[in-house]
Design a protein around this ligand. Sequence first.
Ligand SMILES: [Zn+2]
Ligand SMILES: [Zn+2]
Ligand SMILES: [Zn+2]
Length: 431
Amino acid sequence: MNDELATALGPTTSRSYRCACNKAIFLRNTQCLNCARQLGYHVEGRTMLAIEPAPQPERWVLARDAAVAAEPTTPLFQRCANFATASNCNWLIPAGTAEHPHAPENLTPGFCLACTLTRTIPDMSSPVNQELWRKLEIAKRRLLSQLLSLALPVETRLERPNGLAFDLLENVPGGPAVLTGHDEGLITLNIAEADDAEREKIRAAMHESYRTLLGHYRHEIGHYYWDRLVKDTAWLAPCRELFGDETVDYAESLQRHYKEGPPADWPLHYVTSYATTHPWEDWAETWAHYLHMADTVDTAVSFGLDANSVDIESDPYTLDDLWKPDDPNAEHFLRFLNSWVLLTSVLNELTRSMGQPDYYPFVLPREAIGKLHFIHEVIRSASTGVVPEAPTQAAPAPSQSQSQSQSQSSAPSAPAAQPVQTIEAAPVKTD
Ligand SMILES: [Zn+2]
Ligand SMILES: [Zn+2]
Ligand SMILES: [Zn+2]
């Protein structure tokens, strides 16, 4: 792959990060193993950076600013309050209002964006829960770093009533089962999904080829962005043409899916069998695939992997497979898609050579290509801050107000609060 491919995906950023000593560092690192400098995720720069102690206690400057650390104009940072918890969050935040004229008002004081979004965490008196929470937050930070890189809106409930929030809940004896789902910006995850054995058991029982925390997050955030970017906009009409009429009864659709299973010819039309359930699920599944593809390609491009040098037979997609073949950006997107196919063919062989499951255990049907192209355009549009107005002939909003997910919660949409150390089991509907 090349730079052209990278630009075809829009405003993405590198996944290859370097310490001030020039050694490679990675998204979850907190300290460089080579020079021992502290490391943190710099949200504005969408990158990992080395930091050094500032003259003030518990304040940091970027290593590149170390020579001017004492000057009043040098940006000061502090570590997220969850750095010292089991979450071990490595995101940096601008130091408090007194030192920083632009202290963000969208954050819970002391917490970074990723942690502000987490509204509820499970009981941390349990060491098992601490480990599950750590895994959940690592996956969530990866998700969020990608959303920020794609310039998608990531808004907390301090700035938008139906902004994003996460409830990470555990089943409690006698309480309602916690189901993973989305409702009006609130994403609920059952923390048992972070238990490898538990998740694998569910994956096998559901006959799924892929089940991960990151996959859950990417699916559920797809529901959020449907609400945020498609509903009540000019995107709704073309979205219905591609994904179907989302006003069909959601609960009935789910029941039918679990009773009758997917239609036999689903592989010709959908990315997964679950996508057949309802147009909202097709959107969320396809959205998740887009994020998988974009992150993998970003990572490959960042490290100089070149799919053009892959020697493998493939049946490439053509412009006719796209949603808008005439779009000036269509050729770029097509190259991205076809490189993705080449790249994943090799990645699958690589994982097989280690006896691991396929890296990408899916086949993208041609019908899904148009949907992916549409999602690409919705994301590109959002990154420019321009969401088209709904035309007057737009179909009315669905009569069901809140069933665009596998589950729903009656939890109030209160402003995001500092993550609490309690279980707040929201009642959720089974899917
Ligand atoms: Zn270093
Ligand atoms: Zn944090
Ligand atoms: Zn869903």
